[in-house]
Design a protein around this ligand. Structure first.
Ligand code: GLA
Length: 381
């Protein structure tokens, strides 16, 4: 965890409010494989990372709640009786949404002060949103002894995003951020929220993230559209979600849907299968097979689910001829953010220099490279 950030948040709190705050760290996440499968009741394979949101909070005697976003130097005051999403409210709606959803669950809150800051670049696809939501619900649960379980907390975070931010996200990000375990990834079955934990030891290889630094404004509406397609196909099949569908089922309704929707639904079925195969490959220490599944996943997202972009495809393609990279794919919701790469430790430096230069030459902008450490989920500091 970033101790400098913790100090900065504490100081900012103390220079604005009286009393000693509770301190919370809530991480972002990576996802090894399994994209857009979560809202189809499918499988995902995420892990929490050592970067995320640090929050300081305490109870307040004032008549409103006061929130400070340290990084942006912005503030929000609100009354617990008048909770409404703010047009173009950005980070504000995550906070308001979580507070409102806690109240909707019949839990009583008092006024509070809250200061937060983070070290995840926003738009990187590392779930700074889920980290923020979880920091709020986890912190308030502690402060007001709400007695919420972690499962209840992540559902509150997810509802905040659905109802106050407008993104119909699945549960992967909130789950990984809340339940993450040091050095381990979580094979999560989103149908019942059962997870199996597996230690991640890639031997001579490491996970390297490359941020395209692309953050498309259409990403949110395209995300909801993809979800809409999956729900439409599931409804045609009379099933709750695509988790329950087989490729034969899809064939049986092929003439009732467009080719594009058919490909999207097939992608979900195949991606679910890849997640299970990836878990098996890692269990057998077969990192080459694991890597090949990452490439296959990217292909599906690029051509079937259509959520990639030129920059992400370029970053993945640039790894294909390197025998020191076993796998690469775009990660997260799509249309920008990071690729995840499985790279030999000895080649990281050389490859990083090469890819930065090539990306700059092609797009006239920089990509950023991150090493990550797999870490513990949301906790008190
Ligand atoms: C975003 C959403 C998640 C998940 C991923 C894609 O991160 O918040 O629920 O759907 O995209 O796998």
């Amino acid at each position: 965890m970033n101790t400098e950030l913790v100090q900065n948040i504490k100081q900012k709190f103390q220079s604005n409010f009286k009393g000693i705050p509770e301190m919370v760290f809530s991480p972002g996440r990576i996802n090894l494989i399994g994209e857009h499968t979560d809202y189809n009741d499918g499988f995902v394979f995420p892990a929490a990372i050592d970067k995320g949101i640090v929050a300081a909070l305490n109870k307040s005697n004032s008549s409103t709640c006061k929130v400070i976003a340290y990084d942006l130097d912005e503030a929000l005051n609100f009354s617990l009786d008048h909770l409404q999403a703010i047009d173009n409210g950005g980070w504000r709606n995550y906070i308001i949404g979580v507070v409102a959803e806690i109240q909707n669950k019949g839990k009583a809150l008092g006024n509070f002060n809250f200061v937060f800051g983070g070290d995840i670049p926003s738009g990187a696809g590392l779930s700074s949103s889920a980290a923020l939501e979880n920091s709020v619900v986890f912190g308030l649960n502690e402060l007001f002894n709400l007695g919420l379980t972690k499962n209840e907390m992540i559902i509150i975070s997810q509802k905040a995003e659905h109802n106050y931010v407008g993104v119909k996200c699945g549960i992967m990000d909130q789950y990984a951020s809340m339940f993450g375990q040091k050095d381990s990834a979580l094979l999560l079955d989103c149908e019942n929220l059962n997870a199996q934990t597996i230690a991640i030891d890639l031997k001579d290889y490491e996970i390297l993230l490359i941020n395209s630094n692309v953050n498309h404004s259409l990403a949110e509406s395209a995300y909801n559209e993809r979800r809409g397609v999956c729900e439409k196909v599931a409804a045609l099949l009379n099933i709750k979600s695509l988790r329950a569908a087989s490729e034969n089922d899809l064939l049986s309704i092929k003439d009732k849907i467009t080719e594009s929707d058919y490909q999207k639904a097939i992608y979900i079925l195949q991606e679910n299968q890849r997640v299970l195969e990836a878990y098996d490959a890692l269990k057998k220490n077969n990192i080459a097979d694991f890597g090949a599944l990452l490439y296959a996943s990217h292909k599906g997202m690029q051509h079937q689910y259509e959520i990639s972009c030129a920059e992400l495809d370029f970053l993945v393609d640039a790894t294909r001829d390197s025998d020191f990279i076993l796998g690469s794919r775009m990660m997260g919701g799509g249309f920008g953010g990071c690729t995840i790469n499985i790279i030999h430790k000895a080649s990281i430096l050389e490859f990083s220099t090469k890819i930065k230069r090539a990306y700059q030459a092609k797009f006239d902008t920089e990509c950023s490279i991150y090493n990550i450490t797999i870490s513990e989920g949301t906790h008190l500091i």
